[in-house]
Design a protein around this ligand. Sequence first.
Ligand code: G3P
Ligand code: CA
Length: 277
Amino acid sequence: NSQSMLEPIVDHVNVVAHRGASAYAPEHTKEAYEMAIRMQADFVEIDLHMTKDGQLVAIHDSSLKRTTNVEEVFPDRAPWLVKDFTLAEIKRLDAGSWFSEAKGKHSKKKYRGQKILTLDEAIRIIQKKNKKTALFIETKSPKTYPGMEEKLVKILERTGYLKKDRLILQSFSEESLRKLQPMIPEDVPLIQLYTPSMLKGKNLDEALAEAAEYAEGIGPDKSLVTPILMQEAHERMLTVQPYTVNTKDEMVEQLSLGVDGIITNNPDHAVELENRP
Ligand code: G3P
Ligand code: CA
């Protein structure tokens, strides 16, 4: 078919497993991270929120509702925000069963009982599976969690990830990235993420000039990637790593525009499009 004729199309781009191999296993669980590494992702993406007792945990939403059974376990605690629960409470939740129910064909009983992970636990799991796999960490809702950047940097320092080639830090929040900048070594890249609405009505050149003050790259929604955006970003020495690019057709399109990385729920597809040894 036309896809296989196009393979492989690039030598190497950063393959970032979005929330782990989240097409195949419940996002941000041990299973999803380990699968991403088995699929040879270069980076595992981790979203961070903070518990009531100040622990950084790997979860995408600010609420526990979508990806756990919190409604059953704590029926009176709507809207079930991460910030209102202690780590001990969060550890009582099942973060795997929802996926089996939602995904049908990828469902496996083993996902039942998967736990929400602290950042420390997530790092340990990744490190144990492959020391070379790097982290692509996102600070979520930093305004809600004062002090999250300091805690993050401390953990990265302690675990040995505060190094070029081991780490990229990303956020939709400019404030969070500007806060991180003086706290990390200069060669650890920061990525400014953009939703389409963040750039709507804005002058692209001005927006990228601003990002270039503190970031080494941008992470636009894939719909924002155009030849003009690529040119302007690369002129400013900003890398471009779009999210969330899941089908091979989409990947081929993004790679032919010249992106530097692919943030994907399907890292296996991206790796297949590369000329890896
Ligand atoms: O890496 C970018 C991507 O993760 C941003 O979107 O909502 O999945 O965190 P989201
Ligand atoms: Ca994310």
